[in-house]
Design a protein around this ligand. Structure first.
Ligand code: HEM
Length: 156
């Protein structure tokens, strides 16, 4: 069972951090490429669709990560007090990532979707910029967390 929980945990992490990486480093520059000649409206509508799908998956992930993580800790790894430093650090940064995601969803994401429904495209574009900032921060914390969670045991 520990192996199953760890597998779900690591898959969830991969999809979340990998998804943010793909959006930031592949999709965004492609959408902005002058060769595609996408206007603000097309870009905003595209991101609205992409993010709608991505946030649904991330909601499942932000539930799965603490559930699988704390189940491993409590039932298989000797409880919280028995955890090495890198697991405590992983938990800490994980809660920052989850809080940032909840902020992103309840704030800029929902406002952007509302603006898109009202066809207020430039206003929606402003919220898209805020979403990008939060995603950049969360992607960076996510990468640091993956390094801590895996390599951390060898130097902490
Ligand atoms: C509250 C949330 C979380 C808890 C309670 C938690 C807890 C755990 C635990 C107990 C393990 C197994 C450690 C071991 O086998 O020594 C683990 C593994 C792992 N966690 Fe988390 N975790 C959380 C969130 C995250 C997040 C947000 C990330 C990355 C963005 C992450 C990345 C990883 C990775 C990559 C492993 C595999 C480590 C390995 O086996 O080498 N975790 N986590």
């Amino acid at each position: 069972m520990l192996a199953v929980l760890l597998a779900i945990h690591v898959l969830a992490v991969t999809l979340w951090v990998g998804g943010m990486f793909f959006a930031h480093f592949m999709l965004r520059p492609s959408v902005m490429d002058p060769a595609l000649n996408l206007g603000l409206e097309s870009r905003v509508l595209l991101w609205s669709q992409v993010l709608q799908r991505f946030v649904r998956v991330v909601w499942v992930i932000v539930l799965l990560l603490p559930v699988t993580g704390y189940t491993m800790i409590i039932f298989y790894l000797g409880g919280l007090s028995a955890q090495p430093l890198h697991v405590h650090l992983m938990q800490g940064t994980a809660w920052i990532m989850i809080a940032l995601f909840v902020h992103l969803y309840t704030g800029p994401f929902r406002r952007m979707q509302w603006m898109v429904k009202q066809l207020l495209i430039p206003e929606a574009g402003l919220y898209l910029g805020r979403i990008r900032t939060v995603v950049t921060v969360n992607m960076t914390i996510g990468m640091v967390t993956v390094v801590l969670a895996t390599a951390g045991r060898y130097w902490l």
